[in-house]
Structure formats: C-alpha cells, structure tokens
Design a protein around this ligand. Sequence first.
Ligand SMILES: Nc1ncnc2c1ncn2[C@@H]1O[C@H](COP(=O)(O)OP(=O)(O)OP(=O)(O)O)[C@@H](O)[C@H]1O
Ligand SMILES: [Mg+2]
Length: 243
Amino acid sequence: MNVIDIKNFKKSFGKKEVHRNVSFSVQEGECVGLIGGSGAGKSVLLRSLIGLEKPDSGEVFVEGENVAPYTEDQLIEIRKKVAYVFQNGALFDSMTVYENLAYPLREHTQLREEQISKRIHDLLDEFGLTANDHVYPADLSGGMQKRVGLARSIIINPKVVLYDEPTAGLDPFNTVKIQEMILRLKRKGTTSILVTHDMPTAFAVCDRIYLLKNGMVGAEGTIHDLKKDPEGLLSQFISGQGV
Ligand SMILES: Nc1ncnc2c1ncn2[C@@H]1O[C@H](COP(=O)(O)OP(=O)(O)OP(=O)(O)O)[C@@H](O)[C@H]1O
Ligand SMILES: [Mg+2]
C-alpha cells in the first residue's frame, strides 16, 4: 500500500504557479528523494503532508486519507504519525536537550517519567549524543543541534518522517551521521521523504527519486535507472545544467 499519495497537486502563490500538476507516491518503508531547483516547490509539498499548506486543488493522501481538507484538530492526529524534521532543528532554546526530547513524550504519550528518561537516554546513545542531556541548544554545535532536532522529531516513533534539507550546512562527519540515522530508521521500517540538494546523501539513502521541474514531475525512478541515462534530467541536474 502507498503510505503517501499526492494526486494532481496544484498550487499558486499570487500569479506564480508553483505546482502545475504534481503526483507522487511513497510505499511503506520506502525512502523517496524529492529534488529540484530552488523554488521548485519541494518544501511546500512536504509541508502539505502535515497540513501546513493546502493545495488549490488535488489530493494529499496519508495512509489512504485525504488530509488536504482537514481541520487543525484533525491534523493533530496526522502530526503524531508524520514527523517533520525542520532544517534548523526548531529546538526550544530555554530548555535543555533532555527537556526538548521529553516534551513530545509528555505531550503525546502516557509514559511514566522513568520510561521517558530511558527512551531519551537510549536515543541520545543511538544518535551519538551521550552525556549531552543537560546541555542547552545554544551550547551545541550546529551539527549536534540538527541531530537533537531529528531525535526530537522521531522520539514518538512516527510512521513517516519528512526531512527538509537535513544535511544543509553540515560538515562531512555530521552529514554521514545524519545519513546513518536516516538509514537506521529505514531499517526499522519507517517511510520517509528526503528533500535535499545534497546528492551524495540522496544516493546513500533513497530508493527512488522524483525531480520537480516547471511545476511537474520531470523525472522519476530508481537512482540506478536515472543515473544510467547521461542525457536524462537527473544527470543534467547533477551536473549543474539548471533543470
Ligand atoms: N507562503 C508563501 N507565500 C508566497 N510564496 C510562497 C510561500 N511559500 C512558498 N512560496 C513560493 O513558492 C515557491 C516554492 O517554494 P518552496 O519553499 O517549496 O521551494 P523549494 O523547492 O523548497 O526551494 P529551496 O530548494 O530553495 O528550499 C517559491 O517561489 C516560494 O517563493
Ligand atoms: Mg525548501
């Protein structure tokens, strides 16, 4: 079954037609890359999956339900299932790493404090952040903040994770750490969409890629298939030909 199905998505901002007609789907357990030039509409599509944007027309199915007409109350349930990893981590500055991670658990689960503590410490270990629980976000490096942001997004075991440029601005060490985290979640069966300009990361973690161009899907396929065609849009995009 497709966990995500976007059908005939159309969206304009003022006179600017960003999505002329976009359809794409993601199967259970797949990691799908969404690439395309700046302003192609990648983030808007991702945001529509949790109701932060509404299409002018078209459908946005999450596990078979069209969330496009959902009210804010209905969207709360969707946002428990579908985690959005914000580019800057979106951490609460006045809270420690521990408090940041505890927040969604206290908000959305019935776990007792000792269970919360265990979950947080397990996740910090898994993400290479051991012993950072009492640190404030401002005292962490940008790469570590991003890892904490990712940890917070996935701490309540979402079924789907949407990554919006998770490796932008990171050094190679932290980039590889993020790739490892995405792959680890994928091995656990998490379904994901990765919006990125970082092609090595897309190639390392994605099963399939969609390339947006002129408000439509310009190319779609497995990385292997798309790379095989040197004249294809993906090859042109990678080589900087501005598709
Ligand atoms: N709230 C908004 N109001 C007006 N225009 C918007 C709004 N949100 C997005 N846009 C426009 O829609 C287009 C697509 O934006 P989007 O953020 O999805 O691009 P993107 O593909 O994610 O680009 P980038 O790679 O630079 O992040 C852009 O031209 C942007 O200016
Ligand atoms: Mg974007």
